[in-house]
Design a protein around this ligand. Structure first.
Ligand code: HAM
Length: 421
């Protein structure tokens, strides 16, 4: 038997909900454009190794959550679980590193992760993201954070806390990984099978293990801040100073390491503070990744970026009472025809009014007044334009206002203005 139900962790967006999703992306894109970002659309699926290699084999995303399948040509494909690795693939494939200066890109669309379903966490979800390539400067880190901040503020959202940390450069991380390996070796027998594997492959990923999250061994593990090189410390202090300068509030969180392998130095998240189930989830997350492009193609180009959850942003915008731009107060208009010839005329009049962005509804199956009034009631029409023989000849229409129950004669050339108020 066919299952006519949406798959677990997926959502339908109908009418107003779909428009809200569109508005989140359109408004975010507008902000991104003020930072000089160009719009990029990448495919929904990529060769699996684009994500395996860059997001990291030991990350939860790659080891447990990817929708990977063999296509008919026996190639391993993955429905993108995130945008950054795919955007980097585009950057390399098109040799954009040969261009002087920065490459700044924004993208949005559906991502796929086989995650445990819970409030604000889906298997198909949408991200809006930005990536900058080409320079390493703490000012860029600050600009990318400011861009995320501007987007969040454009929706009047204030109930988020910016958490920030440095996970250090390549050398800091190498020292830290060594220290973690030594430390966890003593506790590994009490840890899950995944952590046992991570110990050798990538001990940093033990820190974001969901199974062992409450294990004291993780809580008391060495902290990255004690392994940062002088360069990383100076870099991070400059980021913080510059955030202060822009009056962007933040909290330094030593435990923020992010669950994807590609980050270096600055990492950040905007954490939701609400009194519902979204509390504590990240609305925006990102950071710097100095080595990804180098490890993919041998060209030394640093990157930095962030992605925000579109569903989460939509939900929080609703919570804080954001007034959606697309909701205008213009209600539909019903054109009522009193005879068959007038029905033809109503089609012509509809096209004139629709060209002026007015929503027109017509009863296509009846000229009965009762049926046409019912339609007006159903669609909550503010105006009913009545066309009979006289109106057809004079081009002066009878317009009923259903709200104050008045009726006026309005000339064709004045109709749009009259309806718009
Ligand atoms: P991420 O932390 O995996 O980072 O995801 C970024 C944002 O996507 C999260 O903060 C959240 O709002 C949303 N999100 C993630 N998973 C889900 C889910 N299952 N359901 C609903 N929303 C979700 C990245 O993906 C990185 N690519 C971000 C980045 C860009 N870093 C540098 N550039």
């Amino acid at each position: 038997m066919a299952i006519y139900q949406k798959a677990k962790g997926t959502q339908d967006f109908y009418d107003i909900d779909a428009k809200k999703m569109d508005e989140v992306c359109a408004k975010a894109a507008k902000v991104a454009s003020t930072y000089g970002c160009k719009y990029l659309k990448t495919p929904i699926f990529e060769h699996a190794e684009v994500f395996e290699k860059n997001v990291g084999e030991e990350s939860d995303i790659v080891s447990k959550e990817m929708y990977t399948f063999k296509d008919k040509g026996d190639r391993l494909m993955t429905l993108r679980p995130e945008g950054t690795a795919a955007v980097a693939r585009f950057f390399i494939e098109n040799k954009l590193y040969a261009n002087p200066g920065l490459t700044k890109l924004y993208y949005y669309g559906p991502m796929f992760r086989y995650e445990r379903q819970q409030a604000g966490r889906y298997r198909e979800f949408n991200q809006f993201g930005i990536e900058f390539y080409g320079q390493s400067s703490y000012l860029l880190d600050v600009d990318i954070i400011k861009c995320a901040y501007d987007i969040v503020r454009a929706f009047n959202i204030k109930n988020v806390v910016l958490k920030i940390n440095s996970i250090g450069d390549f050398n800091s991380r190498a020292n830290y990984s060594k220290a973690l390996k030594e430390y966890f070796s003593k506790y590994i027998d009490s840890m899950c099978e995944d952590c046992k594997r991570r110990l050798n492959a990538n001990p940093m990923r033990i820190l974001d293990c969901k199974v062992d999250a409450n294990n004291p061994a993780i809580k008391n593990a060495p902290n990255i801040k004690d392994y940062l090189t002088e360069e990383s410390i100076t870099y991070f202090n400059n980021v913080l100073k510059s955030l202060d300068n822009l009056n962007i509030p933040y909290v330094v969180d030593d435990n923020l390491v992010r669950g994807l392998d590609y980050y270096t130095d600055t990492v950040f998240e905007f954490i939701i503070q609400s009194d519902d189930a979204l509390n504590g989830l990240a609305l925006v997350a990102g950071g710097k990744y100095a080595n990804m492009i180098n490890s993919m193609c041998g060209v030394d180009v640093p990157g930095i970026g962030f992605a925000l959850g579109v569903e989460r942003l939509k939900a929080i915008a609703d919570q804080v009472g954001y007034k959606w731009d697309f909701i205008n107060d213009l209600k539909p208009v019903v054109i009522m025809a009193l005879d068959d010839e007038s029905k033809q005329e109503s089609m012509k009049l509809a096209s004139i009014l629709r060209a002026n962005d007015i929503q027109i509804e017509i009863d296509y199956s009846s000229i009965s007044m009762k049926s046409q009034f019912k339609l007006a009631e159903r669609v909550n029409a503010k105006y009913i334009i009545i066309i009979g023989e006289e109106e057809r000849n004079t081009k002066i229409y009878t317009v009923k206002n259903t709200e104050n129950r008045t009726q006026e004669k309005v000339k064709l050339e004045d109709l749009v203005k009259y309806i718009r108020g």
